[in-house]
Design a protein around this ligand. Structure first.
Ligand code: BGP
Length: 467
């Protein structure tokens, strides 16, 4: 019998822009996504899951179905509409007080992220985190939140720096939609890590109560077939997506091995970045201050050597088999593996989660504890008269929870798992047909319906039995 530890936290995850809707209500400032999505005309974040108005229902459902904690993010532009305003927006500030009070009433612990892909448009227009002004504004916003919301005990600075930087500057799928700019991709990752380090330092120096951490998206990069050139390609891909950020987080600098790989990638793409001694000193001061690491994990990649030009096709429609991911000077992701994958070509590979957690323990022994802060299965759910049979999702979650148990048995300090997503939400580059929730959302009526997985989850939360 495989059992989850009794005190292993079972939570559900959301993010402000994907759940709240109300993108222009109560003084909220614009984010770059508003215009970017409007120009594309495919879908918008309005009304998303109308969490802004319906959070009491979602929290009630959470309590009923054994969801013990919830990840939410604060929309920076609800608090400071331009990101750097002198005074905060009282209605935005109040909204989150109300939300946290409702969490308390339902006995659900909020894990609160300060930045989940939604930099205010004003700062994005000035270069986002490539501009020092955004770093300073973020630090100020974070400090404001720590002081304003003492009712929060778990803080996260950033959600997924690699997907932000690559989405913005490499894949062109996030605003400002720039492609194949490796300099901006690495520079923005580094600058966001500096911002994280500054915030973690302030949090500890001021003795704010609670804990602080960061969330990285860590997909394990395996060599496709056991060939030397593929092993090197997998290593380069790992540095680009994972190790550069893990080094910054836990070593407080980039090791020579990592910098050699970074320089190899940059040179192949005629690019350069700047890392100053002053910034390295800031990273160094924060390397022991991370109370926890959040790992978001959906899939792993098998990587082969590749010597062509950059060539990426993002499958944002669920048209299985259309993904292409080839990066110049790095490698090529293979999709035609004998491994199950979902309609968006994400390989379903729970071993990769276990291996990644063991890797953190071995390569970064000063980590303190890990939460899986996102994991879940994008699926085109069928709605049959209020019944949603999402058996493949149940299977996916169960296997990934077993991977957590395996990591714990291997000595990794894993303390909880947040399902992405609590209820169906808006997906950044896929819209509304890629559903993840325990609770089905009818986006026309905003009614919620517990899926088969919600009933299964409730049982697991009570019995802890995964077999
Ligand atoms: C993570 C993000 C989430 C969420 C999830 C699923 O990268 O933190 O915000 O969107 O991925 O991704 P997608 O919606 O692209 O399927």
């Amino acid at each position: 019998m495989v059992k989850l530890p009794k005190d292993f936290l079972l939570g559900g995850a959301t993010a402000a822009y994907q759940a709240e809707g109300a993108t222009q209500e109560d003084g909220k400032g614009k984010v770059a996504w508003d215009d970017y999505l409007a120009e594309q005309g495919r879908f918008s974040a309005e009304p998303a899951s109308d969490f802004y108005n319906r959070y009491p229902i979602d929290l009630q459902l959470s309590e009923e179905f054994g969801v013990e904690a919830i990840r939410i993010s604060i929309a920076w532009s609800r608090i400071f509409p331009n990101g750097d305003d002198k005074a905060p927006n009282p209605k935005g500030v109040e909204f989150y007080h109300n939300l946290f009070a409702e969490c308390k009433r339902r006995n659900i612990e909020p894990y609160v992220t300060l930045h989940h892909f939604d930099t205010p448009a004003n700062l994005m227009d000035q270069g986002d985190f490539l501009n020092q002004h955004t770093i300073e504004s973020f630090v100020r916003y974070a400090k404001f939140c720590f002081e304003e919301y003492p009712e929060v005990n778990k803080w996260v600075t950033f959600n997924e720096i690699w997907p932000v930087s690559s989405g913005q500057y490499l894949l062109g799928k996030f605003p400002p939609g720039i492609e194949y700019d490796f300099a901006k991709t690495f520079q923005s990752q580094h600058n966001m890590m500096v911002a994280h380090a500054k915030v973690a330092k302030i949090f500890k120096d001021n003795n704010y109560s609670g804990e602080i951490g960061i969330i990285h998206s860590l997909e394990t990069k395996y060599p496709y077939e056991d060939k030397e050139e593929n092993k090197h390609a997998a290593f380069l891909m790992d540095v680009l997506c994972n190790k550069f950020l893990l080094d910054a987080t836990y070593k407080g600098h980039y090791t020579e091995e990592v910098m050699n790989a970074v320089n190899e990638i940059l040179q192949a793409n005629d690019a350069e970045i700047t890392i100053t001694d002053e910034e390295l000193a800031i990273l160094d001061q924060a390397k022991e201050l991370n109370d926890f690491l959040g790992i978001n994990y959906y899939q792993s990649n098998f990587v082969a050597a590749y010597d062509g030009e950059n060539d990426v096709h993002h499958n944002g429609t669920g048209d299985k088999g259309t993904s292409v991911f080839r990066l110049k000077g790095v490698g090529e992701v293979k999709f035609d593996m004998d491994i199950p994958r979902n309609d968006w070509d994400w390989l379903i590979y729970p071993d990769g989660l276990r291996d990644q957690m063991i890797r953190v323990k071995e390569e970064y022994p000063n980590y303190k504890k890990i939460f899986v802060t996102e994991n879940g299965m994008g699926y085109k759910d069928d709605f049959n008269d209020g019944h949603i049979d999402d058996t493949p999702r149940i299977d996916y979650i169960r296997k990934h929870l077993i991977a957590c148990v395996e990591a714990i048995e291997a000595g990794v300090q894993v303390e909880g798992y947040f399902l992405w997503s609590l209820m169906d939400v808006f997906s950044w580059s896929n819209g509304y047909n890629k559903r993840y929730g325990l609770f089905y959302v009818d986006f026309d009526t905003q009614e919620r319906y517990p899926k088969k997985s919600a009933y299964w989850w409730k049982k697991i939360s009570e019995t802890r039995n995964l077999s």
